[in-house]
Design a protein around this ligand. Structure first.
Ligand code: HEC
Length: 131
């Protein structure tokens, strides 16, 4: 009985190892996944994920109507002194957040999952609309 069990167990372990180490599952899983996910949409998403898209997703809430003292999109008077600080300061304030004279700008507009580059692009978009 014991011997038979051991042989069965050994066989099961070998089979499991063989199954795990086998190349077909991972190798075939990847090509099937990536082209569909990355090739299909990533290019399009990267194009759309411009400053304007990020603005509409994460900044529009406050910056469209000046919620909480935020400078409105296209409000040249409000933006002029901000732009005068330099784009680096604006990028910095948007990524790290800051408290100014009119309100609180939360880091990344409160959307911490945004990439720094996307936040910067959104700032560039807002600045371009105020010039
Ligand atoms: C919860 C509201 C809110 C959201 C969301 C928000 N902002 Fe702001 N933002 C503010 C407020 C309020 C100010 C003005 C603070 C002040 O100057 O007193 C501000 C100011 C700014 C400024 C001017 C900085 C300066 O130095 O004058 C920039 C640039 C900016 N926000 C970018 C962004 C970007 C980019 C996003 C989206 C990723 C965003 N904000 C989302 C509230 C918000």
């Amino acid at each position: 009985m014991r011997k038979a069990l051991n042989i069965l167990l050994a066989g099961a372990v070998l089979a499991a190892l063989g199954g795990c180490g086998g190349e077909p599952p991972p190798a075939s899983a990847r090509p099937a996944d990536t082209p569909a996910a990355a090739g299909g949409s990533a290019g399009a998403v990267a194009e759309v994920s411009s400053g304007e898209a990020t603005f509409k997703k994460a900044c529009v809430l406050c910056h469209k109507n000046g919620e909480g003292g935020a400078p409105k999109l296209g409000d040249k008077e409000n933006w002029a002194p901000r732009i005068a600080q330099g784009i680096d300061t604006l990028h910095d304030h948007s990524i790290k957040g800051y408290t100014g004279a009119s309100g609180v700008m939360p880091p990344k507009g409160g959307n911490m999952s945004l990439a720094d580059e996307d936040v910067k692009a959104a700032v560039d978009y807002m600045v371009s609309q105020a010039q």
